[in-house]
Design a protein around this ligand. Structure first.
Ligand code: PRP
Ligand code: URA
Length: 208
C-alpha cells in the first residue's frame, strides 16, 4: 500500500481555507493555488534521491548534492494546470507532461482526450497533480495511462481529497504515494467533495 501524506502545515491550511470560501475571487483562488503548490512541492519531493559531486567554496573543496533523477510533473487537465507554476518556481528545470481527462456529468466517469509526455518520462520521477481527488477515477485512469507509457515511479498530489477517492486510488495503484492538503468528509450525490471547494477548473478559469 502506498503512503498517504495529509499536510498539517498551518500555511497550507490557511491558504486552502481562503480557496474554499465561495466569496474568494478567481484571481485570489489562482494565487492561493500557486502558493500551496509550491509549499506542497517541497513536501512531495522530500525523499527524492540526490547524487554527490565535488565543488569548491571560496574556502575549500567540499561535496555538493544534486537531484539524481529527472522530474516530470503531469497536470490532469484542466484544473491541474493551476499547480504547475508553483513547481516551476522551485524546480525550474522540470519537464511538464499533460493528461487530458474530464468527468462525464451523468456517470461521473473520466473521459480521456489527451496524453503528451516527454520521451524521458519512463526513466523519471513522475508527480501527477490535480487539485481534486473525488471518486478517484480521473487520478487512477491518468496513472493507468502513465504506466501504459512505461512510467514506474509515480506519486500523486492533490489539494482536497474524499475518502472514496483515496480508497479507489490505493486499491488500483497501491505503489503510488498520495499527498493531499486535506482529507474531507465525503462526496455528495453529484460526486462533488464536501465541504470541498466547488469546481476547481471553473474557479481557476472563471468558467461555470
Ligand atoms: C475535476 C478535477 C479532477 C476530477 C476529480 O476535473 O480537476 O480531474 O474532476 O474527480 P474524480 O476524482 O471523481 O475523477 P473535471 O472533470 O471537472 O474537469 P476540468 O478540470 O476540465 O474542469
Ligand atoms: N471536481 C471538482 O472540481 N470538484 C469536486 O468537488 C469534485 C470533482
Amino acid at each position: 500500500m502506498g503512503n498517504l501524506f495529509v499536510s498539517k502545515h498551518p500555511l497550507v491550511a490557511h491558504k486552502l481555507s481562503i480557496m474554499r470560501d465561495k466569496n474568494t475571487s478567481n484571481d485570489v483562488f489562482r494565487a492561493m493555488l500557486y502558493e500551496i503548490s509550491s509549499l506542497m512541492c517541497y513536501e512531495v519531493t522530500r525523499d527524492l534521491l540526490t547524487d554527490d559531486y565535488e565543488l569548491e567554496t571560496p574556502l575549500q573543496r567540499t561535496i555538493g548534492k544534486k537531484l539524481a533523477d529527472k522530474i516530470v510533473v503531469v497536470p490532469i487537465l484542466r484544473a491541474g494546470l493551476g499547480m504547475i507554476d508553483g513547481f516551476l518556481k522551485l524546480i525550474p528545470n522540470i519537464s511538464v507532461g499533460h493528461i487530458g481527462l474530464y468527468r462525464d456529468h451523468e456517470t461521473h466517469l473520466p473521459i480521456k482526450y489527451y496524453c503528451n509526455l516527454p520521451r524521458h518520462a519512463p526513466k523519471s520521477e513522475i508527480i501527477v497533480v490535480d487539485p481534486m481527488l473525488a471518486t478517484g477515477g480521473s487520478a487512477a485512469d491518468a496513472i493507468d495511462m502513465l504506466k501504459s507509457e512505461g512510467c514506474e515511479r509515480i506519486r500523486f498530489l492533490c489539494l482536497v481529497s474524499a475518502p472514496e477517492g483515496i480508497e479507489l486510488l490505493q486499491k488500483r495503484h497501491p505503489d503510488v504515494d498520495i499527498y493531499t492538503c486535506a482529507l474531507d468528509e465525503k462526496l455528495n450525490e453529484n460526486a462533488y467533495i464536501l465541504p470541498g471547494l466547488g469546481d476547481a477548473g471553473d474557479r481557476i478559469f472563471g468558467t461555470d
